[in-house]
Design a protein around this ligand. Structure first.
Ligand code: HEM
Length: 136
């Protein structure tokens, strides 16, 4: 039962994950909504075995590496291997949640404004067209 297993996993914030950036102590965040959420992995023991090399892994150590991991198009075998290094789930801090909320609100406000501008522009063009065609 994955639910039970996840419930026992420790939760880490990005502040904690970012402390582990060494060859002998290398953590990263991988995962997203489509595959069960962001998880934390201690990949220190895998660096030398990684077919893509240790360097690329170290470059993203202590960070969220999900985009990089997905961009490569890692195989099912790679995903199976990944599971061996799972140490916890990733938890957004209060500040990060607040920041995301503010960004989402900003986007919503901007999104609400732009269609109005388009409507005004279309109306203006229609009036000018009507005028040049002698409707007024
Ligand atoms: C624990 C995490 C990871 C595991 C278990 C893993 C595993 C693998 C495996 C098994 C391959 C061989 C190809 C395949 O089967 O897909 C591979 C290739 C590769 N991986 Fe990873 N990988 C991990 C993380 C990463 C990250 C975070 C990056 C980039 C920042 C990365 C970059 C690459 C690259 C560039 C290749 C070489 C692709 C090629 O030459 O065709 N990997 N990885």
């Amino acid at each position: 039962m994955t639910e039970g297993k996840d419930a026992q996993l420790k939760e880490y914030t990005s502040a904690e994950v970012s402390k582990h950036t060494l060859e002998e102590d290398c953590w990263m965040i991988i995962g997203n909504e489509s595959n069960g959420g962001s998880k934390v992995y201690d990949v220190s023991k895998y660096l030398d075995d990684h077919p893509g090399g240790a360097e690329v892994m170290l470059d993203v150590s202590g960070q969220n590496a999900d985009e990089f991991f997905e961009d490569i198009g890692h195989s099912g075998d790679a995903r199976k291997e990944l599971k061996k290094y799972l140490i916890g789930t990733y938890k957004l801090s209060e500040e990060e949640i607040e920041k995301l909320k503010i960004e989402a609100e900003k986007r919503a406000q901007q999104g609400g404004g732009s269609p109005m501008i388009i409507i005004i522009l279309v109306a203006l063009i229609a009036i000018i067209y009507a005028y040049t065609q002698g409707y007024f």
